[in-house]
Write a protein that binds this ligand. Structure first.
Ligand SMILES: Cc1cc2nc3c(=O)[nH]c(=O)nc-3n(C[C@H](O)[C@H](O)[C@H](O)COP(=O)(O)OP(=O)(O)OC[C@H]3O[C@@H](n4cnc5c(N)ncnc54)[C@H](O)[C@@H]3O)c2cc1C
Length: 410
C-alpha cells in the first residue's frame, strides 16, 4: 500500500501497518523528512505517548497568557506541565525512523501527481521524482497524508469544504519573555479568524506567528502588526528572524474522508482542532485509527468504499463530538468584536473559573472546560445568550478512551 506524505499522520499510519506485516511504501515530496518545518511545535502529552518518545521535547510549558487587543491579559499557570515545546522536525524524523524500523520503505523527492485509474482491485497512480521522471505504480490502498493542499483528496474527488487560514510565522534565536509559558494574542485588527502567538522555542528564542481568516490583507501583514504589538508588550525589538514559515491551517468538516482504495488522514482530512489550529494530536490519532481499519480491509481483501467508510465512522465516533463543538464555538468566536474580547478577558480576570481552567484545561479537548466556564460565568453568557445556552444545555462531551495498544508495544 502507498502512503503519500511523511508527516506525523503518514509516518504513524506507516508504522502501524508495517508492524502489522503489510508492505508499505511512503513517498515524500521533499528531500528531507521534517523539512521545511511548518509548525509552532506545541503538543500535549498524548502526542509524546503516541510517538513513544520524548527525544524531541525541548521543554515543558506550564501556562499561557491570553491578550485582548488593548494588551489587557489573563494568565493561567499550572504546577504540572500543560504542553510541550518540541523540535517539530525531530518529531517527524523520529516517526519516520520508527516506521522504517518496522519495515516501511521511504522514498524522498517523490511526489504524488495524479490518479491514473482504478482497475482489477487496485488504483494506478502517477508518481514524479525530483528530476521530473514519472512512474505509474499500483496500490490496493492509498493513504492521503499529504497535508493541507492534499493532491490525493483532489485526485480521488473527495470534496473538502474547508476554510484554509493563511499562516505566517518567524523564528527568533533570541527573545524576551517567560520561557515557561505561551502567549496568545486576540483581536480583529491583529489576527482575525484565529489568533497570534508567541511560543518559546526552548533554546532561548521564540516562534512568533499568526493564522488569520483569508482576505485582502495577507497573513504577513498581520504578522508585522503582531510584531509591533510584541515590541510594545516587551518593550524590546524583535530582530533578525532565523527562519520564516508560510503555510495554511485547514478548518472545517470534510464529509467523506474515504472512498474505494483511499483514505485521507491528518490535515488532508481537516482533522485539526478548530479553536487552536493544532493538528498533530488529531492527525496522529486518526492515523492510528486509519491503520487499524486499513489492516482489516487489506486482510479481508475488501478495499471498497463501504469497507473503508468504517474509518470515517471510527474517527468521528472518537473525535467528532469535540471537533463539532469546537467548530460551533469558533463560529461564535468569529462574531466577537474587539470590545467583546476585552470584556471576555476582563470577565476571566475576575472569574474564579481560572482555577478550573488551570486544573482541567486540555489543549486537545478545549470545549470541555469552555462549557464549564460558560456555565459558571453569567457575564460571558450575556455576550451571546441564545447560542451559548444551547451549547451549555447539550451536556458533557465525554473524553474518548485512548487505544493503548500500539503505543505500549513501541
Ligand atoms: C504556522 C503553523 C503552526 C502550527 N503549530 C502547531 C502546533 O503548535 N501544534 C500542533 O499540534 N499543530 C500545529 N500546526 C498544525 C500541524 O502542523 C499540522 O496539523 C500537522 O503537521 C498535520 O500533519 P500531517 O501529517 O497531516 O501533514 P503534514 O505535517 O503537512 O505532512 C504532509 C507531508 O506530505 C508531503 N506532501 C505534500 N504533498 C505531497 C505530494 N503530492 N506527494 C508527496 N508528498 C507530499 C509534505 O511535504 C509533508 O511532509 C501548525 C500549523 C501551522 C501552519
Amino acid at each position: 500500500m502507498l502512503v503519500v506524505g511523511a508527516g506525523p499522520a503518514g509516518s504513524t499510519a506507516a508504522h502501524d501497518l508495517a508492524r502489522a506485516g503489510h508492505e508499505v511504501l511512503v513517498i515524500e515530496e521533499h528531500g528531507r523528512v521534517g523539512y521545511p518545518v511548518q509548525c509552532a511545535g506545541l503538543v500535549s502529552q498524548r502526542v509524546l505517548d503516541m510517538a513513544g518518545s520524548t527525544s524531541m521535547v525541548r521543554r515543558p510549558v506550564h501556562g499561557a497568557t491570553v491578550f485582548a487587543p488593548s494588551l489587557r491579559s489573563v494568565s493561567f499557570h499550572a504546577t504540572a506541565p500543560r504542553a510541550f515545546v518540541i523540535d517539530r522536525a525531530g518529531l517527524d524524523i523520529h516517526l519516520a525512523d520508527r516506521a522504517a524500523r518496522a519495515g516501511a520503505t521511504f522514498e524522498t523527492e517523490v511526489k504524488f501527481d495524479r490518479l491514473v485509474g482504478v482497475s482489477n482491485g487496485a488504483a494506478t497512480v502517477r508518481l514524479v521524482d525530483g528530476q521530473g521522471r514519472a512512474e505509474d505504480v499500483r496500490a490496493r490502498l492509498v493513504l492521503g497524508c499529504d497535508g493541507v493542499a492534499s493532491a490525493v483528496a483532489r485526485a480521488f474527488r473527495l470534496r473538502r469544504p474547508v476554510e484554509i487560514l493563511p499562516a505566517f510565522e518567524a523564528e527568533f534565536g533570541e527573545s524576551p519573555g517567560d520561557p515557561d509559558q505561551v502567549e496568545v494574542y486576540l483581536g480583529n485588527e491583529l489576527s482575525p479568524g484565529l489568533f497570534g502567538w508567541w511560543i518559546p522555542d526552548g533554546l532561548g528564542g521564540a516562534r512568533v506567528g499568526v493564522a488569520v481568516r483569508a482576505g485582502e490583507t495577507t497573513a504577513r501583514a498581520f504578522y508585522d502588526r503582531l510584531l509591533k504589538h510584541l515590541n510594545r508588550r516587551f518593550g524590546a525589538a524583535f530582530r533578525a528572524p532565523t527562519n520564516y514559515l508560510v503555510s495554511g491551517v485547514p478548518i472545517g468538516d470534510v464529509p467523506r474522508t474515504s472512498a474505494a482504495h483511499v483514505m485521507l488522514v491528518g490535515d488532508s482530512a481537516a482533522q485539526v482542532k478548530p479553536l487552536s489550529g493544532g493538528g498533530i494530536f488529531t492527525g496522529m490519532r486518526c492515523a492510528e485509527i486509519a491503520a487499524r481499519v486499513a489492516a482489516q480491509a487489506l486482510e479481508a481483501g475488501d478495499l471498497s468504499a463501504l469497507s473503508l467508510s468504517r474509518y470515517d465512522a471510527a474517527w468521528r465516533a472518537e473525535l467528532g463530538e469535540e471537533l463539532g463543538k469546537a467548530l460551533y464555538l469558533r463560529r461564535l468566536f468569529l462574531r466577537l468584536s474587539d470590545a467583546d474580547l476585552e470584556r471576555i478577558i476582563e470577565a476571566l480576570q475576575a472569574s474564579e473559573m481560572r482555577a478550573s481552567i488551570v486544573a482541567f484545561g486540555d489543549i486537545d479537548f478545549p470545549t470541555h472546560v469552555a462549557r464549564d466556564l460558560l456555565r459558571q460565568s453569567p457575564s460571558l453568557v450575556r455576550l451571546f445568550p441564545k447560542a451559548l445556552s444551547a451549547l451549555i444545555a447539550s451536556g458533557a462531551p465525554t473524553l474518548p478512551e485512548m487505544d493503548p495498544g500500539p503505543r505500549r508495544q513501541t
